[in-house]
Design a protein around this ligand. Structure first.
Ligand code: HEM
Length: 383
């Protein structure tokens, strides 16, 4: 993948691809500036009626999410949800992450084997996002099951009609569930959770309840699949670079730098999508109104103009902020939470499972245009 990105970037950092019917940006400078360019819209489905019948119900919901909105809707939506991500809320979540990771590792330690994806990378982010939303334990597997077909439809623009229909149905089920959860009166919400925030907001204001629900669904999907991929990709990178893993065992103070470098090295989200609001100039090229621009974060992260020797995993890199959380007004709202989950999970893997090594078949990547993550990651260690 990264050789392919190099070829594209060496040919041109921004070019028109007639197969994808879109501009492709691979250079760091173009990707980082375009992500926050007000001339480029984040609205994903400008004409809902043009969307296939099977995908349309899903597209209607996505259109109400902050990720696919522009100002003035976007900052209004973001302001409310970001109140669930204050330093105080994160401090409370930290204790939960430590507890959840401890449970998983304690359970696996005597066995000597683990599938990092199924046993750690999938359940951890789901547990945390469900805690944030105050979802009862017994309902969590259903949320996980709904989120998968939706992520697949978002990540694969060529999904067949059945796949799109399944994604639309899953979104309808998820919203129906969230509506019931957030209006339930029998069990009051745990204070300071997102559920408490949303319930209070829904009762007192005229803010569109459907819009709130759509953004809660966004958190479930954005906060779940991406972090799963991050933990899987980062673990694989460490296992393939034993010196880097040893360095981190000896110097736990390097963890924050390691998390950023691992995010740069193998970004869980490879693409961001924008659409030109009007004719505009981007890095000397004219983008016509309505044209799509795909910003390839994964390629920007390996641009040698910003990251010398970009294919080397190096926790001592100076400068250059990766594009894995995007840039500009849509910069990932859950970045601090994702970093925290990654750091706690990686630290536990490195320090509590002696002799941790790859074991089993070569890890396979999921088929997706914009998500990069493993289907499974088998490891062994000394029980
Ligand atoms: C936005 C990546 C984890 C919630 C974004 C964007 C990226 C991204 C690239 C910007 C998309 C764009 O500009 O088009 C990631 C990665 C994660 C991660 C790589 C894990 C390593 C999370 C978590 C949450 C979350 C844990 C929430 C619990 C969001 C939300 C937005 C967003 C709500 C939309 C923000 C807006 O539109 O203003 N994420 N994300 N993300 N992310 Fe994340």
């Amino acid at each position: 993948l990264y050789d392919f990105y190099d070829e594209l970037r060496n040919a041109d950092d921004l070019f028109w691809d007639r197969h994808l019917d879109a501009w492709i940006a691979t250079g760091y400078a173009v990707v980082s500036s375009a992500a926050g360019n007000p001339g480029l819209s984040s609205v994903r489905y400008p004409d809902i009626e043009a969307v296939s019948e099977e995908l349309r119900p899903l597209a209607r919901v996505l259109s109400r999410q902050m990720l696919y909105s522009d100002a003035p809707d976007h900052p209004r939506q973001r302001a409310l949800i970001s109140r669930a991500f204050t330093p105080r809320a994160l401090a409370a979540l930290r204790a939960r992450i430590v507890e959840a990771v401890d449970q998983i590792i304690t359970h696996a330690a005597p066995t000597g084997r683990m599938d990092i994806v199924a046993d750690l990378a999938r359940p951890l982010p789901l547990t945390i996002i469900c805690d944030l939303l105050d979802v009862p334990q017994q309902d969590r597997p259903a949320l996980a099951a709904w989120s998968e077909p939706i992520a697949e439809a978002i990540g694969n623009s060529r999904l067949d009609a059945d796949g799109n229909r399944a994604a639309s149905q899953s979104m309808a089920d998820m919203l129906a569930y969230l509506r019931e959860l957030l209006t339930r009166h029998d069990a009051p919400p745990t204070p300071h959770t997102l559920r408490a925030l949303v319930t209070a907001q829904a009762e007192k204001s005229d803010q569109d309840f459907d819009e709130l629900l759509a953004n809660c669904a966004l958190l479930l999907i954005a906060g779940h699949e991406t972090t799963t991929h991050f933990i899987g990709n980062a673990t694989l990178a460490l296992l393939r670079h034993p010196h880097a893993a040893d360095q981190l065992r000896r110097r736990p103070d390097l963890m924050p730098a390691a998390v950023e470098e691992l995010l740069r090295y193998d970004a869980p989200v490879q693409l961001m999508l924008r659409r030109a609001r009007q004719d505009l100039d981007l890095a000397g090229r004219t983008i016509a109104e309505g044209q799509t621009v795909l910003l390839v974060c994964g390629a920007a992260n390996r641009d040698p103009a910003v990251f010398p020797e970009p294919h080397v995993l190096d926790f001592g890199r100076a400068g250059g902020r990766h594009m894995s959380f995007g840039n500009g007004p849509h910069f990932c709202l859950g970045a601090a939470l994702a970093r925290l989950e990654g750091a706690i999970a990686l630290e536990a893997l490195l320090t509590r499972l002696p002799g941790l090594r790859l074991d089993g078949p070569t890890p396979q990547w999921q088929r997706s245009l914009n998500f990069r993550g493993l289907t499974r990651l088998d490891v062994a260690f000394t029980p």
